[in-house]
Design a protein around this ligand. Structure first.
Ligand code: KG4
Ligand code: ZN
Length: 336
């Protein structure tokens, strides 16, 4: 049995986890520096990098200890680490730590694409899931539809042409004065609002599988400027309605073209209550499985990185110790 330590530091979470090749999460520790960034309306790269330096060693130690491993000489087969995409100063902290651990424990280093990591979240909660799966990968930096034939075998079939869904949530929340990150407060408020109080366009109604969120963001701001009487909860409800409608419309369209055994959502926006409910309904209507991961598995963690690393390690991928991070590493460029 292979056991892998995963390390994730691409944004504001410092995370470490131990996962085995039965897709069992033996431990998963996540520390976030989010409280340091809130006042700035977004993650401040310099602060995030410094926070990773301070927390990486204790977080790795905690993950090893809670998996019942010897922290000096853990019985692991490889160290998997996120090498991109993400903030370069943050990625380098995790990568440097992973290299040092791999070198001192004399085990292979496996670099992982952060987005490929997100694709493994559903598998960690349903180890025997049936393939293929259509996954809506929605985070703060990315929005894409991915056709997954199996673990590590995937194809990007649709992508945002401008902003990511999470980015739109964060920008609207900032404009409404709801703070950062914007997804959770908008999601909460939307439940109390009337989505019909303002009419918003559903973008990208064409035949393709791509997304666009910048027009929706501008439409919300324009509507708000014209009608200062609008209630914040109503704006949140209307925005969420239009955003989720666009995401699910494309998912339904993709289901007409791809014969799959299930649909999945992954990434931070997969924590959204309306999206979770809509995707579960789509799967029910199609008579296929819905993989809607727990909130902790949707947002950034290292268990998903360890899992992606396990799959890569199993296929013989090992990275040299002089490998560097790539802040713009595209999922489509990941070698299978
Ligand atoms: O995957 P993630 O943790 O980090 C990235 O890799 O980007 O995603 C963070 C994004 C943020 O934009 C945040 O506002 C959004 O996920 N998010 C949500 C919700 N919870 C987090 N968006 C909508 N509804 C939510 N409940
Ligand atoms: Zn992420």
């Amino acid at each position: 049995m292979s056991v892998v330590l995963g390390i994730e530091t691409s944004c504001d979470e410092t995370a470490a986890a131990v996962v085995d090749d039965a897709w069992r999460v033996r431990s998963s520790v996540v520390e976030s520096s989010i409280d340091q960034h809130r006042d700035f309306g977004g993650v401040v790269p310099e602060l995030a990098g410094r926070a990773h330096v301070a927390t990486i060693v204790p977080v790795v130690r905690a993950a090893l200890e809670s998996a019942g491993l010897d922290v000096r000489h853990p019985a692991i087969d490889a160290v998997a680490v996120t090498a991109g995409p993400g903030l370069i100063g943050s990625l380098l902290v995790g990568l440097a730590a992973a290299k040092a651990y791999a070198l001192s424990w004399d085990v292979p280093l496996v670099t992982v694409n952060h987005l490929e990591g997100h694709l493994f979240a559903p598998l960690l909660e349903t180890p025997d899931l049936a393939w293929p799966v259509l996954t809506l990968l929605v985070s703060g930096g990315h929005t894409m539809l991915v056709y997954q034939r199996g673990p590590g075998d995937h194809e990007v079939i649709g992508e945002t042409i401008d902003d990511a869904a999470g980015e739109a949530y964060d920008k609207i929340a900032r404009w409404l004065g709801l703070g950062y990150p914007g997804g959770p407060p908008i999601d909460r408020l939307a439940g109390d609002g009337d989505p019909t109080s303002l009419r918003l366009p559903v973008s990208m109604t064409g035949d393709d599988l791509d997304f666009s969120f910048s027009g929706l963001k501008s439409a919300v701001v324009r509507a708000g400027e014209k009608r200062p009487d609008l209630v914040v909860a109503d704006v949140a409800a209307a925005f969420q309605g239009a955003a989720v409608e666009q995401l699910t419309r494309k998912l339904r369209r993709a289901l007409e073209r791809y014969d799959v055994a299930g649909v999945a959502i992954a990434g931070g926006v997969a924590a959204n209550s309306a999206l979770r409910a809509a995707v579960a309904q789509i799967a029910k209507d199609a008579g296929i499985a819905a993989h809607v991961p727990s909130l902790a598995m949707c947002t950034d963690n290292a268990a998903m990185i360890a899992a992606a690393g396990l799959a890569r390690f199993g296929r013989g991928h090992v990275s040299p110790l002089d490998v560097s991070a790539d802040p713009n590493w595209a999922l489509a460029d990941v070698r299978p």
